[in-house]
Write a protein that binds this ligand. Structure first.
Ligand SMILES: *Cc1c(COP(=O)(O)O)cnc(C)c1O
Length: 387
């Protein structure tokens, strides 16, 4: 079906009527956790920069000095001539950090997920995914051409029932580590037991766990002490707690070598700028050397949760930096976000299809860079708009 211009206009109008229209705000400058938009300073509560590393002076310095020696662009894909010493060192440091044989850097998390799933799975195989998994994981399954089955959120009994229908095939189980829109955590220990029993691949995308969970910030697998055999495919992204951009998958020698040969989103795209890899190496060392960032973040999370509970705000049950406030309707979520913006707070409204219909929410994200006073101000504003 070809959509004509009139149809597009109509479709856009109907999105507006349903409060599902999406638009962007232009950030004019950044100062700590304040950003300037249309000349106004607002306090940012929707960034995924959980440890406050995106603007860290050392990270910026490393970025600049690497740009001085390598230039801005990487010049080509990794397999042509784009694989620099900065990329290589970052991969080795990530392997060490995660306790895996190897790590492989991709340009984005979206591309890791497409590349890993479609690189390892194909027609006739079966992929099981949590209903609330990130869109990139879902899209990876579609690209693989494998049979694709979604189980109810964190419901292992439901997963088992679905698995019984496909005996004898190669399985892959895929889950977010920390769920990106709910902030709750996957039952990775149990998933790992199921996967090992069925000789299935288990893939954990811990985009929101790295930096935040685990003693050293190595995420949900560090927190739950899960090794490479228990979680063979571990994904992390640099755009969240690392404060930079890009992503990686970590796993065994054989898996990483296979992905180098087969993952099309690795092979057919320009490598990340080496300066980004250099900056990420700096964030990685800060992440480990400065546990106070994680402690401060956890302190603020608990402080926020206690305050929200006192005010009877409809918080979801998350212990991580993602603290969603469930409002239900798209129009309500949008109006709440707008009202907060008018009061000087930037919190985004998350609506369908990013979350299931009827579960629109404010997705509040906290950072080690926030202060108690700022959390108090936010709680006051949330109290006003929900009363
Ligand atoms: C952000 C995110 C991604 C995508 O990562 P990008 O580097 O932004 O493309 C993938 N998975 C999850 C769970 C995410 O939250």
């Amino acid at each position: 079906m070809v959509l004509k211009l009139n149809d597009l206009q109509q479709a856009l109008e109907s999105l507006k009527k349903l409060s599902l229209y999406r638009s962007r705000r232009v950030v004019e400058s950044v100062e700590g956790n304040y950003v300037q938009i249309e000349g106004r300073k607002v306090l940012n509560f929707c960034s995924n920069d959980y440890l406050g590393l995106a603007n860290h002076p050392d990270v910026i310095k490393r970025f600049k000095s690497a740009a001085d020696s390598y230039g801005v662009g990487s010049g080509s894909a990794h397999l042509v001539c784009g694989h620099s010493a900065e990329h290589h060192a970052l991969e080795e440091e990530l392997a060490d950090f995660t306790g895996r044989d190897r790590a492989l850097i991709f340009s984005t998390g979206y591309m890791v997920n497409l590349g890993v799933i479609a690189g390892l799975m194909s027609k006739g195989d079966v992929i099981f995914q949590d209903k609330l998994n990130h869109a990139s994981l879902i899209d990876g399954s579609k690209l693989a051409g494998a049979i694709f089955s979604r189980y109810l959120h964190n419901d292992l009994a439901n997963l088992s029932i679905k698995m019984q229908k496909h005996q004898g095939k190669q399985f892959m189980i895929v889950t977010d580590g920390v769920f990106s829109m709910d902030g709750d955590q996957a039952k990775v220990v149990e998933l790992s037991e199921i996967a090992q029993k069925k000789s299935a691949y288990l893939m954990v995308d811990d985009a929101h766990g790295f930096g935040v969970l685990g003693k050293n910030g190595a995420g949900i697998v560090e927190q739950l002490k899960l090794n490479q055999k228990q979680v063979p495919l571990l994904v992390g992204t640099f755009g969240k707690a690392f404060g930079t951009s890009g992503a990686f998958v970590a796993g065994s020698e054989e898996i990483i070598e296979t992905l180098i040969q087969k993952a099309r989103t690795y092979i057919y795209t320009t490598a990340l700028p080496p300066a980004i890899a250099a900056a990420t190496r700096c964030s990685l060392s800060l992440m480990q050397a400065e546990p106070w960032r994680r402690e401060q973040l956890n302190y603020l999370i608990n402080y926020f949760k206690a305050g929200a509970s006192q005010l009877a705000l409809p918080l979801m049950s998350s212990k991580t930096a993602i603290q969603p406030l469930l409002l239900g309707g798209s129009a309500e979520a949008l109006a709440a976000s707008e009202s907060l913006f008018q009061q000087g707070f930037w919190v985004s409204a998350i609506r369908a299809p990013t979350v299931p219909k009827g579960s629109a929410r404010l997705r509040i994200t906290l950072s080690a860079g926030h202060t108690i006073e700022q959390i108090d101000q936010l709680l006051d504003a949330l109290d006003k708009i929900t009363r």
